[in-house]
Each structure stands twice: as C-alpha cells, then as structure tokens.
Design a protein around this ligand. Structure first.
Ligand SMILES: *Cc1c(COP(=O)(O)O)cnc(C)c1O
Length: 375
C-alpha cells in the first residue's frame, strides 16, 4: 500500500528541534508584554521579508484579524465587506469586533473577491474591506485600494494562505492598511498556532501591540479593550527558522503546481487554477473545478481520490453566508452571491505541498483522469 498523500504537511528538521530546545533551556517561554527576544527577532525578520515597517506577532491568524478589526473601533452599524468563499475566521472576527459582515461575490476566474461586487456593497456605513488572497493567489489589490482610498475605507488583507505571494511585484501584506497572516499547521510556514499583523502605519502598530496585551499602553495601564493574543517564545523560535525556509517551500510548491498543470492540461472536464499576469501565486492550495458539476458529483470524485490514498479536500464546501450562524446576518443585507455558490459546488483541492514528489503528482493525475473518465 502507498502512503496516503496528505493535503498539507509540516516540514521540520533538526533546525526546528534545536530552536525549540534552545528556548526550553533558556527558561524564557514568553514575555509579559509579548515582546520576548525571539518574538522581537521573528517580527523584525517577518517585517523585512514582507517589506513593511512593522510586524506584530500574535497567537493565531484569527487573533490577527480580530486585533486588526479591534483597532478600527467599530460600532454596531459599521459594515465590513469580505468574500464568503473563505475560512469563516474573517467574518467571525468582524462580529467579535462589534461590526457587521457584508459578503461580496467572487471573480469566477480567480475565486478572490470581485471588485464590482465590492462597489455594489459599499454603503455610508462601510468601514473596511477584507480581501482574502484565497489559496495563495492575491486578490486584485490596485482597484480595491483605489476604491477604498476614494471613500476613506480601511483595507485589511487576509493573507493567511499567501505568505510570499506577490501582486505586481509587491508582497501581499504590504499593500493594504494592515495584513493578517496565520502560521497554523497547514499554511506555507508554521509555528503550530500563530499569526502576524503587518503594517506601515505607526499608530496601528502601537494600538495592535496594546490590543495583543490586554489593551495596556504601558505595563499595568489598560487604556483600551484588548485580549491575551501574545505569541510564545517557542512559537517565535519556530517561526524564525520556518521563515528562512519559506522561499524554498514556495519554490517546491510552485514546481509541483506547474507539474500538476502539465499533467492535467488536456482534461476537458477540469478548470485548472490560474496565475494572471502580474500575480505570483503562493500555492497553499491547488484548487481545480469540475465543469458543470453539482456538489454530489464533486464529492464523489473527492471520495474516490481518497480511496486511492489521495487526500483531496474541499475548501470551502459551505460558503460563510450559508453557515447557520452567518445566515441570519447575511439575510439582513442579502445580495447576489451566485458565483460563490456555484463555484463552491464544483471545487476541490489537490496536494502540492513540499513533501509531494513528481511521482506522487503523476499518481494523482493518473487516478484523477481515470475517475473522471468513468463518470
Ligand atoms: C487559516 C486561515 C485563517 C485563520 O488562521 P488561524 O491561524 O487558523 O486562526 C484566516 N483566514 C484564512 C483565509 C485562513 O486560511
């Protein structure tokens, strides 16, 4: 029996083991302000990699989104526009921060938020837009920034899946007012759990550091509402090593994605992922679409791949606006999300992480072609 090919996998070697051991031996596991030596080093190197002035390490990608939204001091009527075809953390963070999520539709070619749909969603209450760089492909940031600037709306990039992705030569996370990253175990680099907010805005950086630590502007002086969103020294030590390896991880993902595209290019029934001119994909997920399929047919294909030891997976089976908790909120401002709904029935993702070999890619494409041929 072949070993199952996982949809994502962690890549650690002795460097990560050594880094964690050093922290454990040092006895400094965390810092009361969340600014221990490893966290500060990780923040500095991450800011430099992304090309921003400030990076604030937090305990998860969701914490990053929540802290970024808390920094805006939202009021209950304030609206935040975001896509529905994504992990629900962004919508959740909007609700936690006291605002109202407004879901926009996606572009049918990129699966990222559609600029026209954002425009249609803007009201006098719109305070922020959260473009998600879905699967690692940047959202079309130039028109989004232009629109936001003209209306004094804040842009928070959800770059949780897109470390190292480029939009017209700029790293994602450096384009909007703030960028949010996750270091969860399935992302392109990991600290187990962890997150980061990037920004060029000094005021946001100060507010975010306070929010990370119970709203303290200095020790034991709480000037606003915050949380315990500190990153531990153990996580930061892992992050420092993983960030050094990120370019190599990205190269391997790109190589696998290219190979998979070569293998599947002649399959009429599939729409393969695109990388438009000027966009550099970070390939966190290689997501294909079955032309004309409904969810039942798509799920059957995924189940058959799993029988062959290929852990294909659906991201995301239910768009956020159709999940029980978000359905009622969406109903108040209901709009057309037909592309989101159609695409969500037809997509599934295939493994391309750095541990996937060319032989695995051939095995995946051979089996997928067979399964599609029999349907
Ligand atoms: C993973 C992810 C998050 C949440 O990050 P966590 O670290 O799991 O909290 C948010 N948005 C997107 C698009 C993600 O993929």
């Amino acid at each position: 029996m072949r070993e199952t090919i996982k949809i994502n996998d962690v890549c650690f070697d002795k460097e990560e083991f050594k880094a964690v051991e050093e922290v454990l031996k040092s006895g400094i596991l965390t810092d009361k302000n969340g600014m221990g030596p490893k966290v500060l080093e990780f923040e500095r190197s991450f800011a430099s990699y992304i090309g921003v002035k400030y990076a604030i390490a937090v305990s998860s990608g969701t914490a990053a989104l929540h802290a970024a939204l808390m920094a805006l001091d939202l009021k209950p009527k304030d609206e935040v526009i975001l896509p529905s075809l994504t992990f629900p953390a962004a919508a959740e963070a909007v609700v936690l921060a006291g605002g109202t999520p407004v879901f926009a539709d996606i572009n049918e070619n990129t699966y990222c938020i559609d600029v026209e749909s954002i425009e249609d969603s803007i009201t006098k209450n719109t305070k922020a837009i959260i473009p998600v760089h879905l699967y690692g492909l940047p959202a079309d940031m130039d028109p989004i920034m232009e629109l936001a600037e003209s209306k004094d709306i804040v842009v928070i990039e959800d770059a949780a899946q897109a470390h190292g992705a480029l939009y017209k030569g700029r790293k994602v996370g450096s384009i909007g007012d703030m960028g949010c990253f996750s270091f969860y175990a399935t992302k392109n680099m990991t600290t187990g759990e962890g997150g980061m907010i990037t920004t060029n805005n000094k005021e946001y950086a100060e507010i975010l550091r306070a929010i990370r630590n119970h709203g303290e502007s200095r020790t034991n002086w709480n000037t606003r509402l915050g949380h315990n969103y500190r990153m531990s020294e153990i996580q930061a030590a892992l992050g420092i090593v993983q960030l050094k390896k990120l370019p190599d991880f990205l190269e391997k993902r790109r190589r696998n994605a290219k190979k998979l595209t070569e293998e599947l290019n002649d399959v009429d029934k599939l729409i393969l992922p695109k990388e438009p001119e000027g966009f550099t994909h970070a390939w966190n997920l290689y997501t294909v679409r079955v032309k004309g399929a409904n969810a039942t047919k798509r799920n059957k294909i995924v189940a058959k791949l799993k029988e062959k030891g290929i852990n294909a997976a659906v991201y995301y089976e239910t768009p956020t606006h159709l999940l029980p908790f978000y359905m009622n909120i969406h109903n108040n401002v209901k709009k057309d999300l037909s592309i989101t709904e159609k695409v969500s029935h037809q997509i599934f993702s295939l493994p391309i992480h750095p541990k996937v070999s060319f032989e695995d890619i051939e095995y995946i494409s051979k089996n997928l072609k067979k399964i599609l041929g029999r349907m």
